[in-house]
Design a protein around this ligand. Sequence first.
Ligand SMILES: O=C(O)CCC(=O)C(=O)O
Ligand SMILES: [Fe+2]
Length: 422
Amino acid sequence: MSLHCQKSAKGDKVNTHKFKADIHQDREDSEAMAIEPPFFEKYKAILQSSANEKEKPPTVEGFEELELPLIDLSHLNLGPLERQECIEKMGQAAIEWGFFQIVNHAVPDELLNRLKQEQIKVFQQPFDKKSENNFLNLSVQSYRWGNPLATSLRNLSWSEALHISLKDISKMDEYNKLRPYWWRYFDGTSDQMPSAMAPCCCLLHLISVTVACLTQCAFEFASDRQHGLNFTLIRQHDPSTIEEYAEKANFLAQRLAEYLAQNLGIKANYFQENCSPSSSSLRMNRYPPCPYPSMMFGIIPHTDTDFLTIVSQDQVGGLQLKRNGRWVSVKPNPKALVVNIGDFYQALSNGVYKSITHRVIANQETERYSAAYFYCPTYETVIESCSKPSLYKKFSFKEYREQIQKDVKATGDKVGLSRFLL
Ligand SMILES: O=C(O)CCC(=O)C(=O)O
Ligand SMILES: [Fe+2]
């Protein structure tokens, strides 16, 4: 039996007095530390009414901890036979599990550690600051916490997240600070010409345009030469850690999507044609310790709205997936990234690859961090099954998104692919 099982089996009972004390404590804590979202304030009505009505909390105990299928991506570079075997193993995992883990993925540990430090920096800021509309210069609602639409114990979540659309990354403050002010004028993120620079501007402009052209050529040359997973990107500027990670995750996601497509006979350039880095997003998650781990989730059960997701998680654990009708825990592997199939790949593969329901359970003692990279098509892309007869109607990402928004508003749940069954 796993560690989480023992923790959550403590059975934190719904007790109105305790809630009152906790709400009070929550206020004091948030005044003192100021970083935590006011979960208790938000959930107190649901918690109190469920206590009065003796509503049963969702069960989060008695699960097994399993190793996901492990795909060693270095086999892609060994020889044609090993490469084929590796691709087939990936496909098999996508069919049988909808989840697998990858090692030798070419994302350096050092970058993953830096990403985690970056996450800590973001989330350790005061709650008031995180919830400002232009936090880090990102679009509204990039910072999210809890479940604003929760109506019962079933959909309470104890986590906060920064959801960064990739087209916004270059607007982030931290990233901007890394570049000289005059460069921001030229690349369009600031429209104020620094006055002291004015006399040099024409010259700088000429130089920067030339350098940009040359680096772009070099970049294209480099990407043409990318085989296997050894990649070196040549950029026009110093990227922030978040941008650097997103670039690598995007590269990796595209390759994985392409390998998975080979097993299904989907054309090789399908993903290149339908996805652009700016259509995807990176979600950085933080799960603060939760006083009621058996009554609410870190993230409620869901499937992902994308082709596939790459998850980098710390060693705390808590990610679970539904397998043969039972919840199983994913055992963290420090060397691996977790990959899961999303709704769009299930539709594209005509139900062959599985977009599996997963969730994160709450942990009473330990804070947890993860980062999920959602590999998505552009809004206009129409997703159509690759084989006939199709299980699903064809739909665009835009239509799918709009349907989810309607369903979430009406039912508190996204419903998902079953809406598009034929
Ligand atoms: O935190 C995790 O391990 C998974 C997060 C997740 O499922 C999501 O952000 O969609
Ligand atoms: Fe997810």
